[in-house]
Design a protein around this ligand. Structure first.
Ligand SMILES: [Zn+2]
Length: 430
């Protein structure tokens, strides 16, 4: 009798404890299952322009369905489709000062299927021996004119490196939405020119996978994200050619899905929460760029992008770092609201790697959104990064799970409306 009473008392105490517990219930077995599925050889490394990316997207949408997320406002399902046009040079002819150039001596950045650059529709520019090639390049491609740009032979190395890059497919959201530029390697003034380009056009449908939980304040949105694509099949090593992308970034996707599961089990949040898996991060960042055009930046209160949380950071397990830490107070909010746990958030230890600018948070930060990436990866010494060995077995799932729990706990005060991170000043960005 006495024992039975004690047992009942324990059960009640246990129930009471779990009801009051603020530690998020995010389970290792789910994290493990998601990463294992997305990084399996069947998915062939989830390259954005291959059919296998569909399997990854369907799997994520299936999880969102089970969790009970709603599609974003003007979507019918969890797939946010968009088209990417890809142009590859097929027939080109460039004549300068009466002489036809060989294809080593020019390259074009052309946004149309067919284009002719003539003296009547374009301007002549120069990158002289004393200019910085990269600065001048950036300046000329971002102005509103069609240009022919003479590059002094002093910059030959840079010229060929860029030529190699731009002779591959040139991908964009729209055709003809940007001015066309042609670079020629020539150390003499341009007196006359005649340029014609024909490109082969292909279009590909890509999709982000996105769902949401609508809050009391519909238009105040906290955005969790991760890219779900990877680099696909690469040069074989020990008969393996699949870059599985377990850490990069199946681990981040497991974070987004488990955060969705966690918050869907809580009462209706004060703020709306978006859960977005971006495509094509590894092929030009098109998924996040597209999404950044789709939202109203004013409505996004915070963006937490998750990249590579499957391996403990240099500071050890149960710690994670935040890129662009000093650009808003989002990092401090996360630190303050997890100070009573064993998990530590700290600033990105690799500022020279420019990770803040290299991930999907960047297009959102440029709109003033406090948009940061959380990662734990020891990127300076990780032998598996972008290799065929980035596999499930190299990961520490308990660490990944603790990281997701810490993100859930740390962002609770933002989702509840208690805290609002300061905005990023776009002018302070490089
Ligand atoms: Zn990545």
């Amino acid at each position: 009798m006495k024992y039975r009473f004690l047992l009942v008392a324990f059960i009640i105490a246990g129930l009471f404890y779990s009801a009051c517990s603020t530690e998020p219930e995010i389970k290792e077995e789910n994290v493990s299952r998601i990463i294992q599925t997305l990084s399996s050889d069947k998915m062939k490394g989830r390259h954005a322009f291959t059919p296998e990316i569909n399997d990854a997207a369907n799997f994520i949408a299936g999880e969102f369905q089970k969790i009970g997320l709603a599609p974003l406002n003007d979507e019918n399902d969890f797939f946010q489709d968009f088209t990417i046009y890809s142009l590859t040079p097929s027939e080109t002819k460039v004549t300068v000062n009466g002489q036809e150039l060989n294809d080593q001596e020019f390259f074009g950045i052309i946004h149309e299927e067919e284009f002719e650059l003539k003296e009547s529709n374009s301007s002549i520019r120069y990158i002289s021996a004393n200019d910085s090639f990269r600065d001048a390049f950036r300046q000329f491609i971002s102005n509103d004119d069609h240009n022919i740009i003479a590059v002094d032979k002093a910059h030959e190395k840079w010229f060929h490196r860029y030529r190699g890059y731009f002779n591959r497919a040139n991908r964009s959201f729209e055709l003809g939405d940007e001015p066309n530029d042609v670079f020629v390697l020539i150390s003499a003034p341009i007196r006359s020119y005649d340029v014609s380009f024909k490109n082969k056009l292909e279009s590909t449908e890509l999709f982000n996978v996105a769902g949401m939980i609508e809050g009391q304040r519909k238009d105040e949105i906290v955005l969790f994200s991760a890219h779900y694509d990877h680099i696909g099949v690469i040069t074989p090593m020990d008969e393996d050619s699949i870059a599985n992308g377990a850490n990069d970034n199946a681990s981040g996707v497991s974070g987004v899905i488990e955060l969705a599961r966690h918050f869907s089990q809580q009462p209706t949040p004060e703020r709306t929460i978006y859960f977005v898996n971006f495509t094509a991060e590894e092929s030009g960042g098109f998924g996040s760029k597209y999404f950044s055009r789709y939202i109203d930046p004013e409505n996004i209160v915070a963006m937490i992008n998750i990249e590579m949380i499957g391996k403990p950071a240099i500071e050890g397990p149960d710690s994670g770092w935040i890129t662009g830490f000093e650009l808003s107070d989002l990092g401090e909010i996360l630190q303050n609201s997890t100070h009573d746990s064993s998990y530590v958030f700290y600033p990105d230890p690799y500022p020279s790697q420019n990770l803040f600018y290299r991930s999907d948070n960047a297009p959102f930060a440029r709109l003033g959104i406090p948009a940061h990436t959380i990662s734990t990866t020891p990127i300076d010494m990780d032998q598996d990064y972008h290799g065929v060995t980035d596999e499930f077995k190299t990961l520490d799932i308990s660490h990944a799970t603790h990281t997701i729990q810490a993100i859930a706990k740390g962002t609770q005060v933002i989702i509840s409306g208690e805290k609002t991170p300061t905005r990023i000043n776009p002018d302070s960005l490089r």
